[in-house]
Design a protein around this ligand. Sequence first.
Ligand SMILES: O=C(O)CCC(=O)C(=O)O
Ligand SMILES: [Fe+2]
Length: 291
Amino acid sequence: MSYTSDVFKQSYDQQGSVVVPSLLDDALDDLRVASERVVDRTRAGLWPHRRTVGRQFPPYGDDHPDSWGVQHVMHPDLGESSFGNWYTSDALVGAIQTLLGCTEDELQMELFNMLINPTAHEFALRWHRDDVRESASEDEERSSLALWHHGIQWNTALYEDSCLFVVPGSHRLPRTPQQRELSSSMEPPDDPMNMPGAYQVTLRVGETVFYNSNILHCAVYQSSKKRVTLHACMGSTRGGSARARNILQHDLGWMTEPRFRDGLSDRGKAMLDRLIAMKQNAGEVGYSLDN
Ligand SMILES: O=C(O)CCC(=O)C(=O)O
Ligand SMILES: [Fe+2]
């Protein structure tokens, strides 16, 4: 994305999200096939790390048979190397360096999951920011948002996807009273477009939306519309432990196992080491990769 990278970065910084053309090179087919296997396994009840219908945030529990996501697609128990290969690929890593404005040796491995359509239930996520409580005061919102620019999240559509809604610009601003009211409910909205400023993100096959995960966002999942969307994040070490709470709430003990590290490229190993260093520093404030 180099020839237009300034435009993408400017849009990402100002709007809090940006859609970029395919970063998959020729990996689309491999990733589709690997995803199909992983999704089948999850729907068959053979992969315990899943996002369960009815639960928006971790822990996702096991109290509903239908799933809206698959967790930890790089986990060695799945044996699908195409996910780790793509997470550490030149195209993706280069785009993230541009958007975060950092160097490769600052990149920190984080989460790699997948978002899928439940098979028999409609599901939706309420309006939220990933790491700011809905009850946060205006001042709390301002100070949390000011710290949240050392990481990036993305959705990459392996099939067309228009589930995600965002409020452009809301990654920098506290909510207006109306936005606050509409994002204070624990229930998903009847119509996401009732939120002032809402924008529906449509991704064509292969496209990626990069976003600041503290942008105000929600999502609507339809059981009748196939969704297989890679959902991941990466950080920069410039953030110190700022991202620890958000990242380490997911159960990441498996990432410290040698068999995971051994399967990564040298670049991947270096990125993983930075995650483990964040974990060690964060240990002092009570977060752990083993929780
Ligand atoms: O479904 C999506 O695209 C968004 C998912 C999301 O917001 C979340 O997992 O916190
Ligand atoms: Fe979210």
